[in-house]
Design a protein around this ligand. Sequence first.
Ligand SMILES: NC(=O)c1ccc[n+]([C@@H]2O[C@H](COP(=O)([O-])OP(=O)(O)OC[C@H]3O[C@@H](n4cnc5c(N)ncnc54)[C@H](OP(=O)(O)O)[C@@H]3O)[C@@H](O)[C@H]2O)c1
Length: 242
Amino acid sequence: MSNARIELLKSQGRALVTGASRGIGHAVALKLAALGFRVVALGRRFEPAAFPGCGDIEPLVHDLAECEGLAALAAGLGPISVLVNNAGVMHPNTWRDYPMETRARSLKVNLVAPVELMRLLAPGMLAAGGGSIVNVASIAGYIGHPDVWYGATKAGLLNATKSFALQLGAGHVTVNAVAPGPVETDMLAVIPPERQAMLRNGAVTKRFSTADEVAEAVLAMAFGPAQVTGATLDICAGAVLR
Ligand SMILES: NC(=O)c1ccc[n+]([C@@H]2O[C@H](COP(=O)([O-])OP(=O)(O)OC[C@H]3O[C@@H](n4cnc5c(N)ncnc54)[C@H](OP(=O)(O)O)[C@@H]3O)[C@@H](O)[C@H]2O)c1
């Protein structure tokens, strides 16, 4: 990580982390605060003691399925120099049984909201002279997934990462992604035990990643060299080698 870049980004604005009430996003928010960032932590609900004595973290309650409200939300944030699009949902539905409402929610939370936040916050980053965006996708984005809309939205997010990297690079805004395999968070509950065993066995470490390990990877992508943009870092212990 580049300390000079971290200091510059801290001076240019706050960090926004979506899905920061628990899991990977919570770990990312804590690490950013520990680096001295002022952090906006977005989620639908927060435990009263979500961030005890953890530095400057402001919880912000918003349901990302309400995409229509994102413009007003972004306008009220002030300068944002780091955006971590982390919130995501996975459903137990198969392709045979996928209600339209569930599909709409997957599309909005996993794809429309992160792309909208990039669109809404990028102008401020460009005006400030730079910024950093990290999208939390999944290996499902290139190997597919039993929740077909989960896999499809993560593939879309990986593609949007490249599109925005190309559009924003000249303005010193890097746009990267991480693609975790299974991570020890609440989301694992959606994956049946047999599939979990198969996935765990595919990792050379024979274990799942922790939220903390993925958060470290997010920060590595957020504060890496300027030449690293449009890139995806896999975090799956060799379960998928591209
Ligand atoms: N865990 C895995 O195995 C794994 C693997 C690959 C990729 N990922 C990706 O990693 C990211 C984080 O997942 P996680 O494992 O940390 O899952 P998690 O523990 O289930 O946390 C999900 C986070 O997203 C937020 N969220 C969900 N729907 C939202 C909505 N409509 N509006 C606002 N926030 C919403 C949740 O907030 P609430 O508390 O309000 O629900 C929570 O903070 C996701 O994008 C996921 O797809 C996870």
